[in-house]
Design a protein around this ligand. Structure first.
Ligand code: ARG
Length: 587
């Protein structure tokens, strides 16, 4: 794999070396290099360092400048202000750097992989069996999918876990109803669509609920079913499995619509930890981490109190012997730490469950399951709001069905594509409309930092102007169209050519791709990548405005500009792929 040293890294190394030479007592000091509007890069680290070492900052800066050799990479270094350094790199270095990225035939644009990757278990895309998926499940799936891609791209080994809600007392009612109406789910899974599967489940749920609420004897039978289910009665389990299978038909149809790969073997729902629950409780009780309180097994925390001032415990086992959400999550931690041997446990879950995870993680720490070697993090996401700024609901006040929302996004996007389409067939419009619509939904979700709430506004999402995926997809398609029109001329790097300011700005930004990806992955922050890509497309637009490509001055300049176009397109493509968004060749 050809990994390319970025320009900012080579400038950084040169400055750091000159800095250590000028100030040996500081050891290896960080010059704190950033991209800057005044020069190509600015180093801001000297001020703080001079203060710490009681040196004069301007003098130190001047000494560093004297120690940096101008040459292949650095064209010029200047002291500015009280002790900043402004660094300009050569045009040649920019072009050669991009050429090395372009030559990386793995498609990674020279982005290096981690030397000592760890194992991350990521818990995301976790809908609930026999229930409709809603916008919260959308966020977990979209953010989780992008984080998986980012981490894998950096070389991390990633284990996906879809912790679906497939266990609990509600199944007693459903199973009992099915037992008494045996033909309700009597079909082969290949015979029903996702929509039909969900409507079957919905119908069953409503019917079961009705009997459950009105018929005391049914209620008793349903409760007995829960006991049978937990005891592993084969016939009961077989019926439970029918609900799981029917739900999976529906889940897969939604994930498919979302253009997202979810693998059956990664679906390990709450039921998957059933055999561990008793042991988890035993370990917690024996170690004294959990105590019996009014019959229930509880863990208490000093800092977690209810409105009445009384401590709120994490209930691991209820007084009737039943196990809940916490017992399952604690067992899942044991599995992920001791069997999968993860270094990091990441949970992409709604911020409204933060207290639960805080208590679960703290319990696992007290039990010694989480320690300095294993870190558990909740990547907590905010609520999806309607245009009115209130939690997203239909006009009738019901939660919005995810499928309806996606279909609407696809419709709107198809209208946008149709309006702009010049030479696209109906079939192509439908295909692009889907890619643009789903991309728009994902991008809107990913481009705000996960912890924040965001407004679901389809008009804004499919807008061609502004920070949207459509804007990025059009930039990509525009470049492809330029490359198609180039005829005989091929993209080729011409390091001997001087660059226009807009070319330099674009080139320096392309060079920052590796650093951006590393940061977005390390911080689980896809929004840093969206911001980067949006700027990339904007810089491309500025370049294209100022620098004619196919009508450039010389054949060499045409080639070099085509090359700049192509390396930009590849960066856009790779970046969007890390977000799970397609970049159609034509729009
Ligand atoms: N199924 C849950 C829900 O819909 C999310 C599960 C989150 N993951 C976990 N390990 N608890 O809210």
């Amino acid at each position: 794999m050809a990994s390319v040293t970025s320009l900012s890294d080579s400038v950084h190394q040169r400055l750091a070396a000159a800095l250590s030479a000028a100030l040996p007592q500081a050891g290896s000091a960080d010059p704190l290099l950033r991209r800057s509007d005044r020069a190509d890069f600015q180093a801001n680290g000297i001020l703080a360092l001079a203060k710490k070492e009681k040196a004069n900052p301007r003098e130190l800066a001047t000494q560093v400048v004297a120690g940096v050799e101008a040459g292949e990479v650095i064209k010029d270094v200047e002291v500015s202000g009280p002790g900043f350094l402004n660094v300009t790199v050569t045009d040649r270095a920019i072009t050669e750097n991009l050429a090395a990225r372009y030559a990386d035939d793995t498609g990674r644009l020279g982005v290096p992989s981690a030397k000592n990757p760890g194992t991350t278990v990521i818990d995301y895309a976790q809908p609930n069996v026999a229930k409709e998926m809603h916008v919260g499940h959308l966020r977990s799936a979209v953010i989780g999918d992008s984080v998986v891609r980012l981490l894998e791209f950096t070389g991390e080994s990633v284990v996906r876990r879809h912790h679906i809600g497939d266990w609990g007392t509600q199944f007693g009612m459903l199973i009992q109803y099915l037992e008494e109406h045996p033909h309700e789910l009597d079909h082969k899974s290949s015979e029903v669509s996702g929509e039909e599967a969900m409507s079957n489940l919905d119908r069953l749920y409503k019917a079961a609920r009705k009997v459950f609420d009105s018929d005391e004897e049914f209620k008793t039978r349903a409760r007995r079913r829960v006991v049978d289910l937990q005891a592993g009665d084969p016939q009961t389990l077989a019926m439970w499995q029918k609900f799981v299978d029917e739900s999976k038909i529906y889940f897969f149809s939604v994930f498919d619509k979302l253009d997202m790969e979810i693998r059956d073997e990664d679906i390990v729902g709450e039921s998957g930890y059933n055999d561990m629950l008793a042991e988890t409780c035993r370990l917690l009780e024996e170690s004294g981490v959990a105590v019996r309180s009014e019959g229930a097994l509880c863990v208490f925390f000093d800092d977690i109190k209810g409105p009445d001032g009384k401590p709120v415990p994490l209930i691991v086992q209820k007084s009737d012997g039943g196990y809940g959400y916490a017992a399952t999550d604690l067992s899942a931690i044991r599995d992920r730490v001791f069997t999968i041997k993860a270094n990091t446990l990441l949970y992409v879950v709604d911020a409204r469950q933060s207290l639960h995870f805080k208590m679960v993680f703290e319990t696992a720490r007290r039990a010694g399951w989480l320690n300095g070697d294993v870190e558990a993090v909740q990547l907590a996401f905010g609520t999806v709001l309607g245009k009115d700024g209130k939690p997203f609901k239909t006009r009738e006040g019901e939660t919005v069905r995810l499928v309806d929302l996606l279909d609407e996004a696809i419709d709107r996007a198809s209208a946008v594509v149709r309006e702009k389409a010049q030479d696209l067939s109906e079939e192509e419009i439908a295909e692009r409309g889907t890619q643009v619509g789903i991309g728009a939904v994902k991008y809107a979700d990913l481009s705000t930092s996960a912890s924040r709430d965001y407004k679901f506004d389809l008009d804004q999402m499919v807008s061609l102007n502004g920070d949207t995926s459509v804007y990025l997809q059009y930039a990509y398609a525009r470049i492809q169209s330029i490359l198609r029109k180039a005829g005989e001329s091929r993209p080729a790097a011409r390091p001997e050519l001087d660059l226009h300011a807009a070319e330099r700005a674009l080139g320096l930004h392309v060079d920052a791709f590796a650093a951006t990806v590393a940061e977005a992955a390390a911080e689980y922050a896809p929004h840093k990548l969206t911001a980067y890509l949006y700027q990339l497309a904007s810089l491309f637009t500025a370049f294209y405005d100022k620098c004619p490509v196919l009508k450039a001055e010389s054949p060499e300049q045409i080639e070099n500009r085509l090359f700049l176009c192509d390396v930009t397109a590849r960066t856009l493509h790779q970046g969007m792929a890390l977000l799970g968004i397609r970049t159609p060749e034509r729009l």
